[in-house]
Design a protein around this ligand. Structure first.
Ligand SMILES: Cc1cc2nc3c(=O)[nH]c(=O)nc-3n(C[C@H](O)[C@H](O)[C@H](O)COP(=O)(O)OP(=O)(O)OC[C@H]3O[C@@H](n4cnc5c(N)ncnc54)[C@H](O)[C@@H]3O)c2cc1C
Length: 861
């Protein structure tokens, strides 16, 4: 004669489903409450309701308080009736049956409940699905209760579960208990009814189950909340979903370097990003501890099997904790998705519920379709945005608040320390001292989720106003600097987009950047070998330089081109540089040093704190001329400074050895007059490197000719009519294209392959027709000169001319003085006194271009 756990769980499931309807706006709170009363009954609603709605108290606090007040109103009104019921329950169920339940339906319900309670007992006896401590220690009591079902009350709590029964399972019970006590206090105002006092007195001490209770008093098995690249509390769908399960939550981070890396050369986790990850995990752990939770670190076991290792770790964890649910936010790198799919299906086979939530991008890249848009312009952000508009998929949704507390398990599983993961390892010198290569990175960033919000606020209050026009400036922080936070999920793109849309100063260009990010993930899902294999086939055969010296000079910021060097040094010191500078250094590596784009990609992956396989690979492919949307421009390593560092302050900061050069010459110190170099303390090859290449035009010409050669060699990948590069379509797009075959004619078939014409640089087409033409004579020359200032060129010419004239005049005067002196000596005449009144020019604010000793270097700034 008792209730079954299974039956009670059925009720709970029904109520939770209804709760989801309320959350989804399909049911109003009053309706939900009424349904609860009808499903659970009066008593169970009274004792269970607060417990059931408790998960809402964090993420949906307003709904929680509405429901609480409905509950209060209802039970205050019905308190008199309740007292009677409670009293009856305190006496005995049979008495209550006689006293309260007189209708046939109520009787049958009671019978049902009794049957279920019997099942409940056997469940507790036989099942090991609640392995938490306590279940088995209660067996004698269960048996006793089964024996005494007719004479003893099922529960001192009436039909509902006692909040205290959760005490031994997770600490949330203290909250529930407190709420219950407060409710009781509210209800009784001054004095509690006797039966309630009795009820409290009859409570089991913490740590013990009360079994045989009509509603589920068994511990809900914990939920594993698997953190990956979603290291945040704000707007975290998996985290919020874990709360809605209404069970203890065990946040866990599993490190598996093998799985992260995937196939091919991805360098998914380079040194700088691993360092960031270490710091971000430490911050997340602190944030979780603030909401009375904890982050369990684990190192994946079974490292030998690529797909199995996180899975093995999870399986072991599930066994240790008795968890029945695993929740995570999805990742979209193809190899990680493959791993996740394997994990989900393996766990589901074991009867574990495993759910992945979408939040890493604005759009799930696997759901983006070209249907209705076609393939023309593919690779560009405009095309991608059209696809998203045409096939909107699920709504972006609103952001989720962070929880204020997380229900914790009675026992935390054994994890390892964060340091054991080996993410921030520092090499040691022979003398045992540590080489802290990340000291500057550490100084440059706040690695926490709060840090992300501080940056965001600062950007939206200030930088966003200049973003549209001046985001290219390297010498001022006009971009958001949020990329590492986005990469590690310390900020969700949805949060950022809503914040940007809501900001006073709106920047469409900035909002578009988030679609660039999504575009990169979409491309990676279409071309999983994006990080190492050129998308445009002919370019795989390009002749690249193999100069290790040039590569080293580029990596270390010693190319002799100040703008490039400043950017590469900033990258090394801080793990970051802005988008414009990434273009400059990429152009220099590819178009001038002729080094393969993969080298640049790998170096970026290793040194950027925001290293992101999808974005980095897409950008390097585009810079390397072989991406879907290859750049239609080449950045000039000197002239680009006109746009991004017009006063040379950026170079001054990262190349301090050039700091004394004037603005006009700081980006081309080799053009400086000798005297100026002397004054600025610049000695090539000593204080600052010589240029590693000097004839930029010749290098560019060579690059163009190389492209023309491979396009000729693989002419099956060049459209004969338009001269555009052709790219084999990935299978997913073939399917879509076939569906669109009537409307899309650009997809040509070559055997079984489908080839898609891509937008191709005009200068390549011209060069192919004129293979030996000089780059400078190419009418479609893609060289982007920045804001070329003729005035600046004239100034430099003027300075050099002045420098030459002045030094010639100075030498002539000195020679004349020497001759006069020698003549006087020969004639035995006294030497003339030191020359008086000789024009000795000194720098003045007006005399900007003085080049005599003590000249105008600094006044030019
Ligand atoms: C050769 C090269 C390599 C790059 N490698 C990476 C990389 O590994 N990781 C990375 O996050 N970005 C990369 N970018 C893109 C871009 O440079 C950075 O996202 C940006 O500089 C980050 O600074 P921010 O947050 O201030 O950007 P903002 O201009 O403030 O933009 C906001 C966000 O939009 C996204 N975004 C901006 N530009 C792009 C873009 N071109 N493509 C895709 N998303 C973009 C980023 O997530 C960025 O944080 C690369 C660009 C180039 C040219």
């Amino acid at each position: 004669m008792s209730l079954s756990v299974a039956g009670v769980e059925d009720n709970e499931v029904i109520v939770r489903k209804m709760l989801r309807d309320v959350l989804g706006g399909r049911e109003d709170p009053e309706g939900f409450f009424a349904m609860c009363v009808s499903v659970l009954g009066h008593q169970e609603t009274r004792s269970q309701f607060l417990y059931l709605i408790h998960p809402l108290s964090t993420a949906h606090s307003s709904l929680h308080s509405i429901l609480t007040s409905i509950y209060k109103d209802y039970f205050t009104t019905l308190q008199a009736e309740d007292d009677e019921v409670e009293l009856a329950m305190a006496l005995s169920l049979l008495e209550m049956k006689d006293h309260q339940l007189s209708t046939p339906s109520q009787e049958s319900r009671l019978m049902q409940l009794e049957d279920k309670t019997n099942q409940s007992c056997s469940f507790l006896l036989n099942s090991d699905s609640h392995p938490q401590e306590g279940s088995h220690t209660l067996l004698p009591e269960v048996v006793k209760r089964r024996q005494n079902t007719h004479s003893a009350p099922i529960s001192p709590w009436g039909n509902g579960p006692a909040p205290t029964t959760h005490v031994d399972i997770y600490n949330q019970e203290t909250v529930i208990e407190r709420e219950q006590m407060m409710m009781e206090r509210d209800l009784t105002q001054s004095e509690k009814p006797k039966h309630m006092k009795n009820r409290r007195q009859r409570r089991k001490p913490a740590g013990q189950h009360i079994v045989g209770l009509p509603f589920s008093l068994s511990t809900p098995p914990p939920v594993l909340l698997w953190f990956r690249r979603d290291l945040r509390l704000c707007d975290n769908p998996a985290l919020n979903a874990s709360l809605e399960v209404g069970a203890p939550v065990i946040p866990v981070f599993i490190w598996s370097s093998k799985e992260e890396e995937g196939p091919g050369t991805t360098v998914a986790m380079g040194g700088a990003s691993k360092y960031w990850l270490h710091q971000a995990l430490s911050c997340l752990c602190a944030s979780l501890e603030r909401i009375s939770s904890h982050l369990v670190f684990l190192k994946a076991n079974g490292e030998g099997s690529r797909v199995g290792s996180s899975l093995n770790t999870l399986k072991k964890l599930i066994k240790d904790t008795g968890a029945r649910t695993v929740l995570a936010n999805a990742l979209y790198e193809p190899w990680l998705k493959e791993r996740d799919d394997a994990v989900v299906s393996a766990l589901q086979e074991d009867g574990i519920e495993c759910r992945m939530y979408h939040s890493y991008c604005l759009r799930d890249p696997y759901s983006v379709s070209t249907e209705g848009v076609g393939l023309r312009g593919i690779g560009s952000v405009s095309h991608f945005m059209s696809c998203c508009r045409q096939n909107p998929g699920s709504a972006l949704g609103v952001t989720l608040d962070p929880p204020v507390s997380l229900p914790t398990p009675a026992h935390w599983p054994q994890g390892v320390s964060l340091d054991t993961l080996g993410l921030a390892r520092m090499p040691r010198r022979k003398d045992g001292t540590t080489i802290n290569w990340a000291a500057n990175i550490h100084k440059s960033w706040d690695f926490s989720e709060e840090g992300a919000h501080v940056w965001l606020k600062a950007f939206l209050e200030d930088g966003v106003y200049r973003y549209d026009k001046e985001s290219c400036r390297a010498d001022a922080p006009h971009t958001s600097c949020l990329s590492p936070y986005l990469h590690f999920g310390q900020l969700s793109p949805r949060w950022l987009l809503w914040a940007a849309k809501g900001a006073r100063g709106q920047s469409p260009k900035f909002q578009r950047k988030l679609y660039w990010r999504d575009l990169a993930y979409w491309q990676l899902t279409l071309f999983p070998d994006l990080p190492w294999e050129s998308v445009r086939p002919p370019y795989k055969a390009l002749r690249w330089s193999s100069s290790r010296d040039h590569l080293k000079a580029w990596q270390q910021g010693r190319t002799g081109y100040p703008l490039v060097d400043a950017a590469m040094r900033q990258l090394w010191m801080t793990g970051w540089m802005n988008n414009y500078m990434r273009h400059v250094v990429a152009s220099f590596l590819i178009a001038y040093l002729h080094l393969p784009w993969q080298e640049g990609y790998c170096w970026f992956q290793d040194t950027l704190v925001d290293a992101d396989v999808a974005i980095d690979a897409m950008m390097w492919q585009n810079g390397g001329m072989c991406g879907l949307d290859h750049w239609n421009f080449v950045m000039h390593p000197v002239d680009a400074a006109m746009t991004c560092d017009p006063y040379g302050n950026y170079v001054r900061k990262w190349c301090p050895e050039l700091a004394e050069l004037p603005d006009e010459l700081i980006h081309k110190p080799w053009k400086c007059p000798t005297s100026m170099l002397r004054r600025a303390g610049v000695a090539f090859g000593q204080t600052y490197p010589q240029r590693i290449i000097t004839d930029l035009e010749e290098r560019r010409s060579q690059s163009l000719q190389d492209v023309a050669r491979v396009r000729k060699e693989f002419e099956q990948f060049v459209d004969k009519h338009t001269g555009c590069d052709l790219v084999p379509l990935p299978p997913r797009l073939v399917t879509e294209a076939l569906g669109l075959s009537q409307r899309y004619s650009g997809v040509a078939s070559e055997g079984k392959r489908f080839l898609l014409p891509l937008i191709t640089r005009m200068e390549f087409k011209y060069q192919q027709e004129n293979p030996h033409a000089d780059a400078a004579l190419n009418p479609y020359n893609a060289l982007l000169k920045g804001y070329v200032s003729r005035k600046r060129d004239e100034t430099i010419a003027f300075l050099n001319e002045r420098d030459f004239t002045a030094s010639v005049m100075y030498e002539a005067v000195q020679r004349k003085e020497r001759l006069e002196c020698d003549q006087r000596r020969m004639e035995g005449l006294p030497l003339s006194p030191a020359p008086q009144g000789r024009a000795r020019r000194t720098t003045t604010a007006k005399d900007k271009f003085s080049i005599v000793p003590g000249g105008a270097g600094t006044s030019l700034r």
